[in-house]
Design a protein around this ligand. Sequence first.
Ligand code: B12
Ligand code: SF4
Ligand code: SF4
Length: 347
Amino acid sequence: MQSETIKRYALELGFTKIGIVPVAALSEEGRHLREWIARGFHGRMDYMAREPRQRSDPALLMPSAKSVICVALNYFRPEKHIDDISTGKISRYAWGDDYHDVLRDKLKTLLAWIVDQSPGVEGKICVDSAPMMDKAWAVRAGLGWIGKHTNLITKKYGSWVFLGELLVSIELDYDDLIEPDHCGKCTACIDACPTEAIIAPYRLDATRCISYGTIELRDPQLPETIADNLENWVFGCDICQDVCPWSRFSKQTSEERFAPREGLIAPDLDDLAAMTQEEFSIRFRKNPVKRTKLAGLHRNAKGGNEGGEEDYETDGINETSGKVPVSDRMMHGSSGTLIGYDFPYVS
Ligand code: B12
Ligand code: SF4
Ligand code: SF4
């Protein structure tokens, strides 16, 4: 099986960029990860601290893995956020369908196709659901560079790309061209971040980040640094990417499933604050916003202060426990084994 054939098929499936590299332990990146955890920058994202060694060494995740097929999928949409005191802002990545589903579907098709061509191949799909360092692998595969805001930037599409990997048990031809860092002297993202979460170039203290607060944190009240600078973000934050000069190269995604759902670009804050569980479940079905749960959305829509204990004690525990039904994790193909995903992480 040849890398070129795999790449051609991956592009046919709609992936924007693809690179293939050999499996190896990420030593320097792993060191950065461990330091990041040691400094408590992961906050309450316990799943980030759980398996740092496994996260930086795919051989521990899938012993038979020989190659990492790295993919990027453009999700940029040209619609703009609105600055209005009565409406909230939802990060661009969450306007359409959940990217985990979109990438997983495409990677499943790609894996099934590879198994069909080369019976017996084992594979594992990773869409930030498995403990992998997506950005570090994308860099190795030459898809782009990690910008000072800590997101991967591609020269042709900016940073509005989702990342995923397919681990496979066969050796392939590998890419060895790395995209150099094109940030230069620019500090636009660091200067624009309202909470000073980018504490130094390429280093993010997640506990100060609006994205972490509005998506990951299960407290009835957001920390003061975040609440005081919320600027009406109710789910995620795009500021550091919006100001990045490389965002000028963004192009509209051709993936229909990322088209904004009705009412998600500028949702009315009062409506969100008064939303019932039933409305929430219907509106955010198969959409990333479901991760913050109704209680989180209420809190965010009220400027970061829910003022009550509404459901927070139990919210999210299952989602970050790393457990999904076994039936979702393992899929056995007739001519090879397709190993699915495990940790249901949603950024
Ligand atoms: C945890 C997490 C978060 C956390 C922490 C973010 C972070 N920067 O780590 C929070 C909740 C804040 C978050 C927010 C967002 N996330 Co997020 N998140 C992740 C996740 C699960 C892990 C990232 C990770 O490993 N962090 C650990 C730290 C150590 O890594 P790092 O900051 O990337 O550090 C690297 C470099 O910066 C550098 N480095 C670190 N320390 C140091 C020190 C020195 C001295 C030097 C030189 C370098 C250096 O080396 C590290 C290793 O390569 C990934 C999915 C995955 N499985 O990889 C998605 C992921 C990174 N998120 C993603 C997205 C889209 C977002 C948001 C844009 C969503 C939004 N709009 O709100 C924001 C962006 C905020 C930001 N400025 O980063 C995408 C990014 C796609 C891309 N183009 O890069 C990913 C890859 C998911 C995906 N599969 O597509 N996320
Ligand atoms: S996502 Fe928002 S809060 Fe987080 S680092 Fe970027 S600008 Fe700062
Ligand atoms: S805003 Fe400037 S420093 Fe930040 S990631 Fe973009 S190019 Fe790099």
